[in-house]
Ligand binder design. Sequence first.
Ligand code: THU
Length: 138
Amino acid sequence: MTDRELMEEAVKAREYSYAPYSNCHVGAALLSKDGRVFRGCNIENAAFGPTNCAERTAIFKAISEGVRDFEKIAVVGGRGEQISGHYPPCGVCRQVLREFCPDTEHFVVLLGTPKEIKSFTLEELLPESFGPDDVTSI
Ligand code: THU
């Protein structure tokens, strides 16, 4: 699947965003190594704290269906109808991605819009990260 196709999947995922409080609508599309796409949107809550980001929705959907090997994720977001050119994943989502993407230099994060795609490795977004191996080696 091309980067642009995955971004388009994230745009579709964004349609289901539930964001009545921030009006920031976010969609994510996570591509697994076996070629499946898991879509996620942000899901807000009146108590604010339970809000779940689009990226984590997509990751948790995949994990809960037994899929753990991933290649890349596309994220799009913006206020109202607008898709911003840059809607980077929050720190919590980066850390959750880290858990399942041991090869952080090869796992790719696509940001921007389907027309203007910026790509980053997870290593660039979360350098010197703390991962599963660190728990047992210290
Ligand atoms: N949000 C995401 O879905 N992903 C991120 O990585 C950053 C923030 C959502 C959470 C909340 O619903 C809205 O964007 C504003 O923070």
